[in-house]
Design a protein around this ligand. Structure first.
Ligand SMILES: Cc1cc2nc3c(=O)[nH]c(=O)nc-3n(C[C@H](O)[C@H](O)[C@H](O)COP(=O)(O)OP(=O)(O)OC[C@H]3O[C@@H](n4cnc5c(N)ncnc54)[C@H](O)[C@@H]3O)c2cc1C
Length: 218
């Protein structure tokens, strides 16, 4: 931290977990410029709850200017980096002493907090309007979403299809079994060993491509 006294210019590209945390912690010690394609930081692992409870997103989608008021926020994608400056899509050029690239995973996400909140709202409306919901994939996102929907909308028919022989395959069997037991106890239909042919999906119908699947019911 001492090397930064004298306000060296630190340019951080990417306002995800890494970039945002760094900007927050460095903002009083350096001349921090945070470059992000969007104006907010979002807690990615809160996303499934935000879908069923959009008001929750108010707390998990946080404008960069709120947590890093002493940093300069440049809301535009970085498109070029040289040895001493970064260029953004809007034509901005920012010189740096130190450059941090924290662009994480590739994703398309709305540029403004308002748009992001509206997206969650519209996802929730789709869930409210549906009688039955098919979730494809029994990894953490699919399992979490099934759990969130069945908790907030217990009357909906939720089906979770997973091509593997058990849920949450990347962690221990015990955890996968616990997730399966919990979901089936909440009347989620879990179909293992089958994959959905996404090309076959039309509104309201889908085809399973492997007929040897196992249906788990409570
Ligand atoms: C649904 C979901 C659930 C998760 N659950 C967990 C969990 O429970 N526990 C856990 O530890 N991890 C979890 N993760 C993973 C965790 O979110 C990531 O490991 C973490 O976000 C990585 O942080 P990062 O800062 O490296 O990148 P990211 O969070 O991906 O941030 C990258 C940032 O860079 C910006 N960016 C990209 N390209 C450019 C560009 N050219 N110019 C400017 N900005 C750019 C993006 O806008 C974004 O703000 C989850 C992820 C998801 C999607």
């Amino acid at each position: 931290m001492e090397a930064l006294v004298g306000k060296k210019c630190v340019v951080i590209v990417g306002g995800g977990v890494a970039g945002s945390l760094l900007a927050k912690n460095l903002q009083n010690f350096a001349d921090v410029h945070l470059i992000d394609a969007k104006e907010y930081f979002e807690i990615a692992w809160a996303g499934m709850r935000c879908i069923v409870e959009p008001s929750f997103a108010e707390r998990s989608v946080i404008k960069h200017s709120e947590y890093a008021p002493n940093a300069t926020i440049i809301c535009s994608a970085a498109v070029g980096v040289t040895e001493n400056e970064v260029t953004t899509e809007d034509g901005h050029r920012t010189a740096y002493d130190y450059l941090v690239i924290a662009t994480g995973h590739n994703d398309t996400t709305p540029a403004t907090k308002q748009e992001k909140l509206s997206n969650y709202q519209s996802e929730q409306e789709k869930i409210k309007a549906a009688n039955s919901i098919l979730i494809v994939g029994g990894g953490p996102s699919g399992v979490e979403l099934a759990g969130e929907i069945t908790t907030d909308f217990p009357g909906k028919k939720v089906t979770l299809v997973h091509r593997g022989s058990r849920l949450l395959e990347f962690i221990g069997e015990k955890a996968g079994k616990k997730a399966l037991d919990w979901l089936t106890a909440k009347n989620v239909e879990v179909i293992l060993g089958q994959s959905v042919d996404l090309n076959s999906c039309t509104d309201g119908s889908w085809l399973l491509s492997n007929i040897r699947g196992r249906v788990c019911r409570s």
